[in-house]
Design a protein around this ligand. Structure first.
Ligand code: EPZ
Length: 429
């Protein structure tokens, strides 16, 4: 298995292009199932999760053709996805268990074909990750759902019927699944207590480009007027706010200045606020976000993860790495997932002083971390170890970087271009 070797201590200086958002691209790809015409998605990143979902769609009978970058100046590539002939309505366990976002095919398959058999995703490293909100919402739209042998068996032979759906808590995936299903339902659907993430709004824009009628996305109340069919469209994926936030924190932890090309400050406003309190300046320049750490050490700042527009859970591990080197203490509270502190013991092996008490971690900043062999456990935990390695004295080896490849395109290349001493050690040659 590949590893990444980092020799830390260098401030980062340079420009980093921000790619298309993984967590927007995945539901957008699933939306292609809603029409028999071609959905063309631009600015997609090269990521393992995108490849995994492509494999799943192909086994449903979808044809996918990739073309190069959307234009010479840009990164990202274009996928033309055509679900003209759906040959299977089953999303098998061996693919769904690899990536739980596969459950996003449930709503579109049910709406388009009247039936779907989708493996329950099961838990993952960061939590049990149930899909009860997805299932309850589909039942509200008139589907009959049976859970048997580890699968969701959903049927709506006469089609789905619009309804009001009140989510017990905001769920990004459930909001996306239900928005897609409701787009082909008969009548009006209202999603109350919906997730407000930018990726939800991006999906709504795409559904509307396909002939759908979705309003209110980005707020906690989304209205969908169902249509009889959706047509093809061309849609450009929004920039990845979690990738952008990760590199903002990379500048913070190394004490450098990075220009993030293509990042959207509105999508990381909560992150910018926390970092400004910690002594980092985030400003908008002509074609980028400029992030620079003012003189001296970071200042410890308390952080609580919340649904958008709050501080994102997907940046909790990264901000913890930065707070581990700050002056003073930071209480970091994870309110979204029940087991998202697996980076803590690995950061402690690098000299961090962190104590976990239930959903909170008390981080007492130390003047310097020291390099070590560390183990990646999940996507965002692994990148927090890379960030710690960039600041640490000496050499850090991050093992199991396949976690990283799920969500970060060309990470070591982008960091090396800003002066980081970082390289991938390909195992077994
Ligand atoms: C999406 O996951 C993201 N993944 C996650 O990013 C992100 O951490 C999460 O939203 C929260 O922002 C994609 O978009 C592909 P949720 P999702 O449904 O949709 C509970 C990454 O690193 N819940 O908003 O699965 C759930 O257990 C990944 O890129 C239920 O109880 O998250 C969690 O505690 C990790 N029942 C909370 O709600 C349900 O039916 C929020 O989950 C669904 C969710």
């Amino acid at each position: 298995m590949d590893r990444i070797r980092i020799r830390g201590g260098r401030p980062l200086e340079g420009r980093i292009p921000i790619g298309g958002a993984k967590n927007a691209a995945l539901p957008l790809m699933a939306a292609a199932l809603l029409t028999d015409e071609t959905l063309t998605l631009e600015n997609l990143p090269f990521l393992a999760d995108i490849t995994t979902l492509s494999h799943l769609l192909v086994q449903h009978g979808v044809s996918i053709t990739m073309t190069g970058a959307s234009s010479a100046a840009e990164t990202g590539h274009t996928l033309a996805i055509s679900a003209k002939h759906i040959v299977s309505m089953t999303a098998p366990y061996d693919l769904v268990r690899k990536m739980r976002a596969s459950v996003l095919v449930l709503g579109p398959l049910l709406a388009r074909c009247g039936a779907a058999k989708v493996s329950l995703p099961g838990g993952c490293a960061i939590g049990t990750r149930p899909i009860d909100l997805h299932i309850a919402g589909l039942e509200r739209l008139g589907a009959t759902i049976e859970l048997a042998n580890g699968y969701v068996h959903a049927h709506a032979p006469k089609g789905l019927v619009g309804a009001e759906i009140v989510f017990a808590k905001p769920s990004v995936g459930a909001t996306e699944n239900l928005m897609m299903a409701a787009s082909l339902a008969d009548g009006e659907t209202v999603l109350v207590n919906a997730a407000r993430e930018p990726e939800v709004a991006d999906l709504a824009r795409c559904l509307n480009a396909m002939g759908g009628h979705v309003t209110g996305a980005g707020s906690d109340r989304i209205a969908v007027s169902g249509v009889s069919r959706l047509h093809g469209a061309r849609h450009r994926v929004i920039p990845d706010r979690i990738e952008a936030g990760t590199y903002v924190i990379a500048a913070a932890i190394t004490g450098g200045t990075i220009d993030l090309v293509g990042a959207n400050i509105r999508d990381i406003a909560a992150v910018a606020r926390i970092l400004e309190e910690a002594g980092v300046v985030v400003s908008e320049a002509a074609d980028c976000l400029r992030v620079t750490r003012a003189n001296g050490r970071l200042i410890g700042v308390d952080v609580m993860t919340e649904p958008f527009p709050g501080f994102p859970t997907d940046l909790q591990a990264q901000i913890m790495a930065a707070m581990a080197t700050a002056s003073g203490a930071a209480m970091i509270t994870e309110t979204i997932f029940e087991n998202r502190f697996m980076h803590v013991p690995e950061l402690c092996r690098m000299g961090a002083n962190i104590n976990v008490h239930g959903a909170s971690a008390m981080v007492r900043g130390v003047p310097e971390l020291t390099g070590a062999q560390v183990m990646a456990t999940d996507l965002r935990a692994s990148v927090s170890l890379v960030l710690a390695g960039l600041a640490a004295k000496g050499e850090t080896i991050v093992n199991r970087v396949y976690h990283l490849d799920r969500g970060y395109e060309r990470l070591e290349e982008k960091l090396a271009a800003c002066g980081a001493n970082i390289e991938r050690l390909v195992d077994g040659g």
